[in-house]
Design a protein around this ligand. Structure first.
Ligand SMILES: Cc1cc2nc3c(=O)[nH]c(=O)nc-3n(C[C@H](O)[C@H](O)[C@H](O)COP(=O)(O)OP(=O)(O)OC[C@H]3O[C@@H](n4cnc5c(N)ncnc54)[C@H](O)[C@@H]3O)c2cc1C
Ligand SMILES: *[C@@H]1O[C@H](CO)[C@@H](O)[C@H](O)[C@H]1NC(C)=O
Ligand SMILES: *[C@@H]1O[C@H](CO)[C@@H](O)[C@H](O)[C@H]1NC(C)=O
Length: 643
């Protein structure tokens, strides 16, 4: 979830005469970005020789994006057996490829994407997934013959020809399509003593701003000021630089104030969303509306860095997309690319530890197979399992205590968790009046206070004070739904929840957690359904089945140690330049790399960027630049005005 890099086909390098100060600023930071990307690559290459000596094996890999890999799309595969043949290849039933170039722990988008990039550079990569199917947050599951998403509800910045769309097209060979979700993208609903008010968030900057101004005619100046500040997100890629320039250089530039001087994005990282809104100044209601999207990164306004917030607003400003055919399509089309190079993606394969050789370098993994443990050796180990899980559980004791590891662990905290209510409905999208847009339902305009009070309560009391619901319907978004599941629909309601409320059952297997656990789950289901029926009375009598996923479900399906939604916490500290710079793909252990959301930011695109950083580090080349070059070649032949 971050801005597109500058479009190289658009000459934006010099401020246009008559450009506003903001445009000038952006153009200035674009020059800086390009200069620094060049400098960064130069420095990285210069350091490569030294690093090879210090950190072990590296490739000077070929360009994974030398050729446009898209093929004409084939029809959607709906046969469940055929899908399982790709998504559920169990370690115990499948031969492990020999002479591996790399092994990846975890098949989230961060793991699959890095494996696919390496495969496109000719490497043989094995991805090991602990769950029964591949995909991590992109996996789907069935209830009552219907399908539910786990962690992909909408994604921005995927217009045809955009940087991330080109990237995804390449690692799926053009087989994954994205449905545009229309406008408004989201509706924020504020239920208060004076009734219900709705705030649509329209697609397109002009419509978005106009929508806000219509609701707050007395606060037009504050809205304009806010939008101007959101523009700092254009510099999101400055975060990439923090991670590719040598760490001592970044630390020095940070100390000298050079980073904050040149990058409005990095400057905004030091201010909280709450602070910015107070300085506008904005009324309490406008504050709540402008911060409506905080659940997507999970830090409340007073704890969230303004740059993280700006990144999300900017991310959705030009419309949102949903994977055509459901989110399992993502893994379904990336896996064959990994296989073509001799690699594999194997499930039911829990990695128990990273193997280190006598010099302390990673050289493989110990993985659970049937009832025993087997060792799989590989010159490179990549972890998609997140910083906490990798460093605290997968590294052997002696490596866990290394100062480099401990320093990084001290910089971060576990992110928040949530509870998801999965609802099966009888009736089509049309007959039930369901829409593709998401609803963010709040009950209090003091967002910080409502959330802090809720989280401070015991689990039995909390259920009466749920501060928000995120309500979304995949069946209303996917154009193939009506063919796949005629006359049926689904809804997901997501609400915040503390891991500690469920912790006492963490060692019990799912389905066997006893009646108190079931009663707790049911209390959240009842609270959710009663809210839903007030909001959508037309759904009364249409609910066919309801189930719920708790933080313990995230723990078992995603191996998230505290049931986190989005990996490490996206608080103010996380976005500080020196912290961002320290969390890089190269871990302090030679030959061990990290990919996914903890390397960049949360979100589908954030985890994808983690994979780009990781593959750049491993291949010793700037894969961002490789992609930018391909993007400009593709966009040169793309018809104008395509979605
Ligand atoms: C409820 C929810 C809703 C979301 N909605 C959106 C949205 O609408 N849009 C958006 O852009 N983002 C959304 N996100 C965020 C986004 O899905 C994630 O940030 C992103 O997909 C994370 O990708 P990842 O590859 O870093 O990690 P994950 O997808 O978490 O993948 C990690 C993988 O590693 C595996 N693993 C861990 N440990 C081991 C081990 N020891 N051995 C083997 N395998 C292991 C896990 O099982 C998992 O498959 C949502 C997230 C959640 C939880
Ligand atoms: C609801 O779903 C559960 C789990 O899939 C299933 O066991 C149960 O039979 C379903 N109930 C109804 C009423 O369909
Ligand atoms: C906000 O940040 C403070 C200080 O780090 C922390 O104690 C508190 O738990 C955070 N609140 C939420 C809701 O995350």
């Amino acid at each position: 979830m971050f801005g597109d890099p500058p479009d190289p086909s658009q000459p934006t390098l010099a401020p246009v005469p008559g450009a506003t100060e903001q445009q000038g600023l952006e153009a200035g930071s674009t020059i800086w970005l390009w200069a620094a990307l060049g400098l960064g690559t130069g420095l990285v290459l210069l350091m490569a020789g030294v690093r090879r000596l210090v950190l072990g094996r590296h490739w000077n890999g070929p360009n994974p994006f030398a050729e446009d890999a898209r093929r004409p799309p084939r029809p959607l595969v709906t046969d469940q057996e055929a899908r399982s043949g790709v998504l559920k290849q169990a370690l115990s039933d499948t031969p492990v490829p020999e002479r591996l170039d790399a092994v990846v722990i975890g098949s989230g988008i961060g793991g699959l994407a890095v494996a696919a990039i390496l495969a496109k550079a000719g490497k043989r990569v094995l991805v090991l997934e602990q769950h029964i199917k591949a995909g991590g947050c992109c996996h789907t599951f069935g209830r009552d013959d219907l399908e539910f998403d786990t962690g992909i509800h909408y994604v921005g910045q995927l217009k045809k020809g955009s940087f991330c769309r080109v990237f995804l097209d390449q690692i799926t060979e053009g087989q994954l399509d994205w449905a545009y979700l229309g406008s408004p993208i989201d509706i924020m609903v504020l239920e208060g003593p004076s009734g219900r008010r709705q705030f649509p968030m329209y697609s397109g900057e002009k419509a978005f701003v106009q929508g806000l101004k219509e609701k707050f005619p007395d606060e037009e100046a504050a809205i304009d000021k806010y939008m101007k500040m959101v523009k700092v997100a254009k510099g999101t890629l400055h975060m990439v630089l923090l991670k590719i320039l040598p760490l001592p250089v970044v630390k020095l530039l940070d100390k000298l104030g050079v980073l904050a001087f040149f990058s409005p994005f990095l400057r905004a990282a030091t201010q909280s969303l709450g602070e910015v809104l107070s300085q506008l100044p904005a009324s309490q209601d406008l504050k709540a509306v402008l911060s409506y999207i905080y659940p997507t990164y999970g830090a409340i306004p007073k704890n969230a860095s303004f740059s993280m917030h700006a990144l999300l607003i900017n991310h959705l400003l030009d419309g949102a997309f949903y994977p055509r055919g459901g989110s399992s399509e993502i893994a379904f089309h990336i896996i064959p690319v990994i296989q073509q190079a001799g690699g594999a993606v194997l499930t039911r394969a829990t990695v128990k530890s990273v193997l280190l050789d006598s010099t302390g370098r990673a050289c493989g993994v110990r993985v659970k197979k049937d009832r025993g443990l087997v060792s799989i050796f590989s010159p490179i180990v990549i972890s998609n399992a997140g910083i906490f899980h990798t460093y605290e559980h997968l590294l052997p004791e002696r490596a866990r205590c290394l100062p480099g590891i401990q320093t990084q662990l001290r910089m971060v905290q576990h992110g928040p968790s949530a509870l998801c209510v999965f609802i099966c409905l009888r009736g089509s999208k049309k007959s039930l009046g369901l829409e593709a847009n998401n609803c963010y339902l709040y009950f209090d305009s003091d967002t910080d206070q409502a959330m802090e009070r809720y989280l401070s309560l015991s689990r039995d009391k909390a259920v009466a004070h749920i501060p928000y619901f995120f309500i979304t319907s995949a069946s209303a978004k996917d154009p193939t739904w009506k063919i796949r599941f005629p006359d049926q629909s689904t809804l997901i309601m997501m609400l915040p929840a503390r891991y500690e409320w469920f912790e006492e059952w963490q060692d019990e297997p799912p389905g066997k957690r006893g009646s108190d656990y079931e009663a707790l789950k049911n209390s959240f289901i009842d609270a959710s359904i009663s809210v839903l029926m007030k909001l959508h009375p037309q759904l009364e009598g249409k609910v066919h089945n309801v189930s719920v996923g708790t933080p313990l479900s995230h723990q078992s399906f995603l191996a998230a140690p505290h049931g986190e939604n989005y990996g490490i916490d996206h608080n103010l500290n996380r976005l500080q330049p020196h912290v961002m710079a320290s969390m890089r793909a190269q871990s302090p252990i030679p030959n061990l790399y990290l990919t996914g959301q903890d390397v960049f930011t949360c979100g589908f695109l954030g985890a994808l960027h983690g994979a780009l950083l990781c593959s750049s580090t491993i291949l010793q080349r700037n894969v961002h630049l490789d992609l930018l070059r391909l993007q400009s070649r593709i966009s040169a032949v793309l018809p104008k005005r395509m979605n």
